[in-house]
Design a protein around this ligand. Sequence first.
Ligand code: C5P
Length: 227
Amino acid sequence: MKDIIIAIDGFSSTGKSTIAKKLANKLEYVYIDTGAMYRGITLFAMDKGLIVDSEIDKVALLEKLPEIFIYFKHNSSTGVAHIYLNDVDVSKKIRSLEVSNYVSLIAAIPEVRKKLVEQQQVFGKEKALVMDGRDIGTVVFPNAELKIFMTASANVRAVRRYKELIEGGDSVSYEEVLENIEKRDLIDTTRADSPLIKAEDAVVIDNSELTIEEQLDYILELVKNKI
Ligand code: C5P
């Protein structure tokens, strides 16, 4: 058996990270959530007052970019990976709708992408990696042995995300969540640098009507043919 890189890309709230996490557990691979890294930088910009009226102070952000350290720490008792921004655990904070509202603007900045892509590529040195995001199969690991592209209808995605936020104690409306998802889809697919597109050799999974187990079984079959 050989170790491989599994790249999972797709639209917002398609359940990429849920599947990626389960897959990594099953294969005893490392899992990296690259969206969390873009969210970390977004939180930094918000905390420093660099986003005002949806406008980003790009010059100030780029100046501060070298001061931003994003990393993951595995909690061995819970088995959950936590994300740290300059030594503070921001795992919960980065999931807020406010961060979601700005993250695609931050992720469209080429210098931000360059910094994070370089860090992401280091995670792939040993292979045995499941990474999810928007440009993993196209930019970060164009030679990944297995590429998956996840999609689902915007309504299905909004319902899932809305439930998650409500269960986590956020007070948001379904309409706000749907609007955010549609807005992010648009920015992510139309930005100039590394837009969200399906890699030519990616396998598409529309999971609008699939359970998590069905998706996992299907991907594990694909993995079998690669290792
Ligand atoms: O995956 P998640 O929804 O947490 O990602 C948040 C945002 O980060 C995406 O909407 C996208 O703008 C950006 N992103 C990206 N490239 C990645 C991962 C995330 O541009 N590889």
